[in-house]
Design a protein around this ligand. Sequence first.
Ligand code: NAP
Length: 454
Amino acid sequence: MAIASINPVTGEVLETFVPLTDAELEQKLALAAQTFVTYRQTSFAERSQSMEQAADILETRKVELAKIITLEMGKTLKSAISEVEKCANLCRFYAEQAPIYLADTPALTDASRTLIRYQPLGVILAVMPWNFPFWQVFRFAVPCLMAGNVGLLKHASNVPQCALAIADIFDQAGIPTGAFQSLLIGADRVAVLLADPRIKAATLTGSEPAGQSLAAIAGHHLKKVVLELGGSDPFVVMASADLDLAVNAAVTARVMNNGQTCIAAKRFIVEEAIATQFIAKFVEKFQALKVGDPMLADTDVGPLATPQIWDELDAQVRSTVAAGAKLLVGGDRPQQGGNFYAPTILTDIPLGAPPYQEEFFGPVAAVFRVSDLEEAIALANSTNFGLGASIWTQDQQQIETAIEQIEAGAVFVNGMVKSDPRVPFGGIKRSGFGRELGVEGIREFVNIKTIWIR
Ligand code: NAP
């Protein structure tokens, strides 16, 4: 894929970028390895100060930065501003918590003194997606840098301006240039890069094929990887749920970020007793959503990021309808030009149709009726994904059962799934492995060294 900024509202090519030459890439890699030698010796106080500085820059420049995000990938400007603010909070969070999370931990053994020390690994490669072009990068970069590692970013080819802006922010914040660099390269250059002995580990957020490819190469070279891949989160609504609360959350959880969120609720599993009511309210709210220019304050849903995503999503909807599902709303292009896809609801989905196994990366909700919690959980667990899940019920027993039995990296009760720096984030099954955020996230890319002193 060419490295270019293309406005998803108009299809206009805003700017194209020449990928790094092999010599330029080598220069950046050498600089990263060289910087690690000194950067690892900086104190937590110095790193924290830079992170606070990065937070200040993000807050001061949030509207300008958000406009870059919206122009390149189409999310609403208001959600892009929230994304930049969330990155600032993350910087402040780890500036404060990293010294605590990575302090020596004493242990009791047969030695006079035993402790666990957390030391940086070196150069970490991050392969990142376009859907949260700032947040995904920051949630890798901030703990990585606070731990004393250095980062190399291979961002998605459709958000190069975001990639460059992020490197510039860390630079301005006083992080040494070689400690965080954006590499403008295509996906085809990742294999060679990862094989280089100067790269110690890698993380990828993106699709399953990309994750498989990265993990296979990393496995060959025996390097650690963290993978954050796709999801088809269940949103289970039981008869005792506060219906209005659940419906409002269902709409947000499906259409936020124009439907292109890994932890978006994608399968709505509703108990039969309230299903008709739920669907009626859900359809009404979907019909009321305003699709249009993401720069405008009253827009709810902007365009999909690329024409390829539009085609793929439309093919999935068509194939589901052809299999016998009912299309209650949407399923088309609401306006000419741009990658707009109408918020869509599918019901009566026959067994084996795409929503049972595939991720729908756009504003398309698949609704299923079930007779009880057992059936709901069986359906929730029937995909290969295991990222997030939410359950809506007032019944304590049902809450306990769902927490225990749903196969996912997170279960939210009467709330929509979201990421939060204070708690780990990640998936199981084909949604990936490893964790970001929280104490678990910052300890993914460190040498957890046991020290035993007689
Ligand atoms: P993608 O095609 O896999 O792209 C993600 C990144 O991987 C891009 O930088 C891409 O580079 C690169 N890439 C693609 N193929 C590669 C390969 N064979 N080897 C190495 N790198 C490769 O993913 P996407 O379609 O843009 O993103 C959407 C997917 O990401 C969805 O499945 C979504 O659920 C998932 N996601 C997961 C999380 C999570 O935390 N679990 C968060 C957000 C998104 P190019 O752009 O140059 O191709």
